[in-house]
Structures are given as C-alpha cells and as structure tokens.
Design a protein around this ligand. Structure first.
Ligand code: PEP
Length: 257
C-alpha cells in the first residue's frame, strides 16, 4: 500500500445549513486559515442556494466547491431538481451522491445513485459517492456484504477511467450526526475492504489510485488518528465543517496524515 500516490481530500458537507451571508462569512473566515495547505484538497459542499456565493467567495483560493446532490436526467419535467450540467456550468467541481440522509429520507437507492454518478461524470463533475452500513447491519455482521453490494451497484457500468475521477466516502450510518465515531481501526478495516473490492472489479492499480474518505462524526479531536490510517484518504465532514477553526484542524491533520 502506498498512501502517497493518493491526494487526501477533506470535504465539508454543510447539509441544510447557512444562508448566503452566513455561507460567505464562513468561507471568508476559512480562506486565510487554509491558504497554505497544498497537499490536501479542501472542498466545501454547500446547499444549491449557496453555490454562486461560495464560488465567488472562494475564487482564486485553494477551496473547491461541491453540491450536495444532482439529478440523473439532463433536463426535463423534474420539478425541484438540479441537473449535473447545471452545476458544471456554474463551475462547481464536486457533488456528494448517495448520502445516507438522501437514502433514508428521500428514498434514493443504489440504482439512482448509480444513475446520478454516471450523469455527474458525463457532466465533468467529480462525484463523492457515499456508502455505509446501518447499525443493525453491523450488529448482524454483514457490513462487508452491504458495502460490496453498494460498491458493485453504485459503480455499475462505470469505467476504470471514470472511477478514477470519483471519491468514495465510507460513512457508517450509525456514526453520522450521532457523535459516535467509528474507531480508527473500524474505519481502516472497511476502507481497506472497499479498496480490495475495487481491486477485484478494476484491478489493483486502479484501486490504489482511488481516494477513500471516512465520514461520521469526524471532528478536530479524532481526525488525526482516523486519517493516519493507511486506507483512509481524508474525510467527509458534516457538523464540524460548519466551524472554520474545527474544519481547519481536520484539514491540517490530513496534511500530516
Ligand atoms: C456527513 O454529513 O456526511 C457527516 C459525516 O456528518 P457528521 O460529520 O456530522 O457526522
């Protein structure tokens, strides 16, 4: 394993938080704090209404902007939805797909995550595809089966070339927004399993090149241990990405990770 071949990515998932003035203020605070960060990709995934504000606030900086979802069709009668092309045209670079909150509250399935992933790739976006088991699934000792299934379905018919443009976020559902973090060993075990699954599907070279994040109550206190693990290439951060100081501490942990 050679962690140095992969760039760590620390992405904030703001969820349904921040008005435009609040978004601008947070990014203006964050910008100078991370201006010297080179070896870690810093991303803020923000609500659709904040995208234009976020892109303007971060122009010329090392903070990249992502959306929190996109629809799989190019255009048409899908009231309330946003297409991948609409995001790409704005200058958005990343998009979070298959987040457990989307799966839980908005009935998203592996099939639609797969369609969204392919639509995002076709538009030139970099998908951050979330996978993760429920607490019940972990207790039943089927974490690996659940994760393998999600990887196979979410990336069905995605070429190796396209897979290399994707990030996979391992987010155990029981750890998201609960304050319960997976231990660093648990995170490493599943991230290594994801890489092994990718190696079987795409070959070892491709698997070695993919950035695999951990997400689930990562914070300023536990980030260093999590990102020090061989197969944990950064994090997808919810709550702690809403505070510039905490998010910066996590980013700096990944620089040393
Ligand atoms: C997330 O929203 O992807 C997440 C991991 O949230 P939190 O860090 O708040 O658990």
């Amino acid at each position: 394993m050679n962690k140095a071949v992969r760039k760590a990515v620390i992405a904030g998932n703001w969820k349904m938080n921040k008005t435009r003035p609040e978004a601008k203020a947070l990014l203006e605070e964050l910008k100078p704090m991370v201006a010297d960060v080179k070896d870690v990709e810093v991303v803020a995934c923000v609500p659709f209404t904040n995208l234009e504000t976020a892109l303007a606030a971060t122009a010329g900086s090392n903070i990249k902007i992502g959306a929190e979802n996109c629809h799989f069709e190019k255009s048409g009668a899908f009231t309330g939805e946003i297409s991948a092309d609409m995001l790409a045209e704005m200058g958005v670079e990343y998009v979070v797909l298959g987040h457990s909150e989307r799966r839980q509250y908005f009935n998203e399935t592996d099939e639609t995550v797969n369609k969204r992933t392919k639509a995002a790739l076709a538009a030139g976006l970099k998908p951050i595809v979330c996978v993760g088991e429920l607490l019940w699934e972990r207790e039943c000792n089927i974490t690996e089966e659940v994760i393998a299934r999600q990887i196979k379905l979410d990336f069905y018919d995605v070429s190796a070339e396209d897979l290399k443009k994707c990030i996979i976020a391992y987010e155990p559902v029981w750890a998201i927004g609960t304050g319960k973090t997976a231990t660093a060993d648990q995170a490493e075990e599943v991230c290594a399993f994801i890489r092994a699954t990718l190696a079987k599907l795409y070959g070892a070279d491709v698997a070695e090149a993919i950035t695999i994040q951990y997400g689930g109550s990562m914070n300023a206190g536990n980030a260093a241990e999590l990102v020090s693990k061989t197969n944990v290439d950064g994090g997808l951060i919810g709550g702690a990405s809403l505070k510039a100081a905490d998010f910066t501490t996590i980013i700096k942990a990944a620089v040393n990770g």
